[in-house]
Every structure is written in C-alpha cells, then in structure tokens.
Design a protein around this ligand. Structure first.
Ligand code: ZN
Ligand code: ZN
Ligand code: ZN
Length: 137
C-alpha cells in the first residue's frame, strides 16, 4: 500500500493524520496477518510510536469497520479489513488472514428475534503455505 493511499484513507474518514498514525497504519496494512497490539507495536518500534498510539489507531479503525478484532486462542488479534463485504480465512499457525468475497448470504434477513443488519462468518484452519511447509502448530 502506498503512503498516499493511506493518507487518503485517513483523510476520507476525517482522522487526524500524524506521522505516528501513518506508521502504524502502514505496518498494519502490510503485515497481511492479524496482530496483537503488542506485535504491531514491535513493528513500529523504529518509528518511536507509543503503545497508546497503537491502541488508539486500532480503536479508530475498528470503529470505522476498517479493522476487526478476533479472539484467537485467548488473545485479541486485529486484522485490517477492506471496505467491500467479506469473510475471513484465518491461519491458526501463522495468523495470516485471507479475505473471502464469496458471501453465502446466510438464512433470512428477518428473524423472529429482530432484524439482521450485518453478519460475520469466519473460517479457521491452516493456510497453504503452512500446510506445504509442514511447520508444527
Ligand atoms: Zn476483514
Ligand atoms: Zn499459515
Ligand atoms: Zn457475507
């Protein structure tokens, strides 16, 4: 992802652009896997970004539905999400995230309990790189 695209991304969502935020966003987008806030923080250690900033960016992105938190084996990990509706395939070995744009459009939009506004459906397993590499889980 180009820095220009990320600036545009922040601008369109009326998020204040700072060098720190940009560094966090850049690292997050290019990771292509789900990260804990601490892992993301480690990626931007060179840029002198505080852990508080990392949490704040993840919070903002989540609020704007550009990131999604997942609970994986007791840890909260965040994945960057593109705008189009999608589902996820998550590798439990390396935490790679693939977006799946095929939507099974599950069941009814209206249920006796209320009206569905959105849905989430995620698949967990091992990615092809991990299967081929035969790395231990
Ligand atoms: Zn996503
Ligand atoms: Zn994997
Ligand atoms: Zn769907």
């Amino acid at each position: 992802v180009q820095p220009e695209a990320l600036k545009e991304f922040l601008h369109r969502r009326h998020l204040r652009l700072t060098a720190e935020r940009l560094a966090v966003l850049q690292a997050f987008v290019s990771a292509k896997k789900m990260l804990t806030p601490h892992e993301l923080h480690a990626l931007v250690a060179d840029a002198n970004v505080g852990l508080t900033t990392v949490y704040r960016v993840l919070e903002l992105l989540t609020k704007h539905r550009c990131a999604q938190p997942f609970l994986v084996e007791g840890e909260v990990r965040y994945a960057f999400c593109s705008e189009e509706h999608h589902h996820h395939f998550i590798c439990l070995s390396c935490h790679a995230v693939a977006e799946i744009f095929d939507c099974p459009e599950p069941v009814a939009a209206d249920l006796p309990q209320g009206q569905v506004q959105y849905h989430a459906l995620d698949f967990y397993g091992r990615c092809s790189a991990c299967l081929e590499g035969g790395s231990p889980c």
